[in-house]
Design a protein around this ligand. Structure first.
Ligand code: PLP
Ligand code: TYF
Length: 398
């Protein structure tokens, strides 16, 4: 059965991790995979997470199954985190939330849910979008099309073109929007642009599908949720997938959520039963540990405060690094204007280099980034920023 198999190439982002590890250059810099790194280059376990884990260790007295929708305490507290207290109350039973194995699990579960209701539905994703959206949504059977989003030359959002394409989307279509901190380009919609999208969604009836993987890493927890909350107030039906990988640093614990908003309690109950049945057919139940940690943090004032503070530090460090990189490149008098990096949000920005220039950075300088020239800003620190700015300046000058 397995003799005819051919090997597939690895995920291009995850493949970079192995190449970086194998490089013996002491100056090597990893700007590849999107995990947060602190000043020492490590991806830390947050103190609030450690504290929640130690509480769980002493208080959790059963490992019995939880069920396909996961922990109620996680689902309730994550809904409030994503939608805010007030809107969660307002949405009431029109909203249901499920614990999922990471944001990826939520994306796939949502795609299977749509596929079950309307096989082969069209989902419009931004050009560019996170490469994994294609297998996560497409492998379920959804038909993926794109809408214009980022102008690589001008480093700005092609908003008029985006709206012109979305104007043709209707009630049978889904439109995937990055909640904040767009992966890979870092360019987010302004409040006015979100308002225009919400008005159009309501008028045309397409279903907004929000991927919220970097909640709190942009401007703040409320600021980053502005667009999705506006949509949730405006449209009758909507899907939100949130990840706790980045904002809680729980990556390998596979912690995320899927929220579905429908027009009535009855429809939500029906949707919940469908989603539970799909989860049962794939993995039965989500893993518990990360979700228990998140619930513990969000339900305890002290831990919540500690987590807020740590997340603020993460956000401020990323934003400071963005400014520092722009300043360092300016100081080297590069011809290109890199100031857009300071305006963009979250961990990612495109440097705007060609594939050949990226290859030079990797092979000649041991600066690891994906071919699109996307960098993970959090991979920069005080010890490597000068080496990095020199390398970029040399590559763009040659
Ligand atoms: N969506 C986007 C845009 C992402 O970048 C990621 C990963 O980092 C995810 C979703 C899902 O992440 P995870 O499955 O680790 O929660
Ligand atoms: O884009 C990134 O780097 C992150 C992490 O298969 C990631 O979203 C990358 C690849 C992947 C899963 C997560």
């Amino acid at each position: 059965m397995f003799d005819q198999l051919s090997s597939l190439p690895p995920d291009p982002i995850l493949g970079l991790m192995a190449a970086y590890r194998a490089d013996s250059n002491p100056n090597k810099i990893d700007l590849g995979v999107g995990v947060y790194k602190d000043e020492t280059g490590t991806t830390p376990v947050m103190k609030a997470v450690k504290a929640a884990e130690s509480r769980l260790l002493s208080t959790q007295n059963s490992k019995a199954y939880v069920g396909p929708v996961g922990l109620d305490t996680f689902n309730d507290s994550v809904a409030e985190l994503v939608f805010g207290k007030e809107l969660t109350r307002k949405l009431g039973a029109r909203r249901v939330t499920f614990q999922t194995p990471g944001g990826c699990g939520g994306l796939r579960l949502a795609a299977e849910f749509i596929q079950r209701i309307k096989p082969g539905s069209r989902i419009l994703v931004s050009d560019p979008t996170w490469a994994n959206h294609v297998p996560l949504l497409g492998d379920a059977g959804l038909e993926i099309e794109t809408y214009p989003y980022y102008d690589r030359g001008c480093h700005s959002i092609r908003f008029d073109e985006m709206m012109a394409v979305l104007a043709n989307a209707g009630p049978n279509d889904l439109v995937l929007l990055h909640g904040c901190c767009h992966n890979p380009c870092g360019a987010d919609l302004t409040t006015e642009q979100w308002q225009a999208v919400a008005t159009l969604a309501d008028k045309n009836g397409f279903i907004p599908f929000i991927d919220l993987a970097y909640h709190g890493l942009g401007d703040g927890l409320d600021e980053d949720a502005y667009g999705l909350r506006l949509l949730a107030e405006t449209v009758p039906e909507m899907i939100v997938v949130n990840s706790c990988s980045k904002n809680f640093g729980l990556y390998r614990e596979r912690t995320g959520g899927l929220s579905i908003i429908t027009t009535s309690e009855q429809s939500s109950r029906a949707a919940a039963s469908q989603v539970a049945a799909i989860a049962r057919g794939i993995y039965s139940m989500p893993p518990d540990h990360g979700a228990s940690v998140v619930a513990e943090i969000l339900q305890d004032d002290t831990l919540r405060q500690q987590w807020d503070n740590e997340l603020r530090e993460v956000r401020q460090r990323i934003n400071a690094l963005r400014s520092q990189l722009v300043t360092a490149l300016k100081a080297r008098q590069v011809a290109e204007d890199f100031s857009f990096i300071e305006r963009e949000k979250g961990m990612f920005s495109f440097l705007g280099l060609s594939v050949a220039q990226v290859q030079t950075l990797v092979t000649d300088y041991s600066v690891y980034l994906v071919d699109s020239s996307r960098i993970n800003v959090a991979g920069i620190n005080n010890s490597n920023i000068d080496y990095l700015a020199d390398a970029i300046a040399n590559v763009v000058a040659s």
